[in-house]
Design a binder for this molecule. Structure first.
Ligand code: NAD
Length: 288
């Protein structure tokens, strides 16, 4: 039987409704709502799309959005000073640094300088560490979006399920594996070395839940999918002017029980989770 589509938009809508209500009540209580500052160094056509979508979503929800554009020639030390001034600015509740940064600025180093209280992408080691302990309130957006899609399946009991995550990046695969483990999902993580060893199909074939975040169109073949599996495709690839995921959609659709479309699956949820993180950051800052 063909799969049901796991669409991010409808899940995002419900979360957005809750965010709106929460912001209204926070504004009533504190006299002002959350503010998100987005920092962009230099020009990058790829990040323009994300910035526009962040700005629109923030405004729709009642979050103040400020884009700080910085010249690409800025030194790393000067950039750290800007981050530090945003950390100290009481009217800024969330900071997002748009990627990629110019090569002379070390993105990993910068993530350590963003105040963990304002780190709405959960890139600060302290926030990453909270995920290990299962205590994180601010979650990495894409990983959290995948969990929300799983949670949206009414009949799904995660406890004891077998999941395979393909991709082990710091923003998606690794935190996602921890979020699944925190729900007692038996989790296997595959990565480039699994691909090189040629054992990726073996792992994928066993997955009751398959989440793929690699960035290679058609990497996961449709006939590898276990009958009835839940498939979440995080990948975004441009092929002949079209956006496609990492999984061969048409064939996987015939075998899976649920599958995300690309585009329209994980993507629409990610920015919503970012806004939920801004609200959470705002609340945490009111009590400090
Ligand atoms: P990344 O480049 O940081 O990591 C890629 C991962 O894939 C690595 O862990 C690598 O080991 C693994 N990999 C590479 N080749 C492989 C192979 N042949 N077999 C198995 N594993 C292999 O990428 P990322 O930042 O995690 O993003 C992954 C994809 O997800 C990209 O297409 C990106 O555009 C997309 N993405 C989408 C969203 C969204 O909101 N939908 C958000 C973030 C990333």
């Amino acid at each position: 039987m063909p799969a049901k589509l796991l669409e991010g938009k409808s899940v995002a809508l419900k979360i957005k409704e809750n965010i709106k209500l929460e912001i209204e009540s926070l504004k009533n209580k504190y006299g002002a709502g959350p503010k998100l500052v987005s920092v962009q160094v230099g020009e990058n056509p790829a990040s323009e799309i994300y910035i526009k979508s962040q700005e629109k979503t923030a405004r729709d929800l009642g979050i103040t959005y400020e884009l700080k554009k910085i010249d690409a020639g800025i030194t790393q030390d000067e950039f750290i000073e800007i981050i530090d001034s945003l950390n100290k600015d009481k009217s800024t509740h969330g900071i997002i640094v748009q990627m990629p940064l110019p090569q002379h600025i070390d993105a990993k180093l910068i993530s350590r300088y963003i105040s963990s209280l304002k780190d709405i992408e959960a890139v600060h080691p302290e926030n990453m560490g909270e995920i290990v302990f299962g205590k994180a309130k601010i979650l990495p957006c894409t990983a959290a979006a995948c969990m929300e899609l799983l949670n949206s399946i009414d009949s799904l009991e995660l406890y004891g399920k077998e999941a395979v995550v393909v991709g082990h990046s710091e923003i998606v695969g690794k935190p996602l594996a921890l979020l699944l483990l925190n729900k007692f999902v038996t989790t296997t993580v595959c990565h480039i070395a699994t691909g090189q060893r040629g054992t990726l199909p073996e792992f994928v074939k066993k997955a009751e839940i398959l989440i793929v975040a690699v960035g290679k169109a058609g990497l996961v073949k449709g006939d590898w999918i276990k009958e009835g599996a839940i498939v979440i495709d995080v990948g975004i690839n441009r092929v002949e002017g079209k956006i496609v995921g990492d999984v061969e959609f048409d064939k996987a659709f015939e075998k899976a029980s649920y599958i995300t479309p690309v585009p329209g699956g994980v993507g629409p949820l990610t920015v919503t989770i970012l806004m939920r993180n801004v609200v959470e950051a705002f609340k945490q800052q009111q009590t400090k």
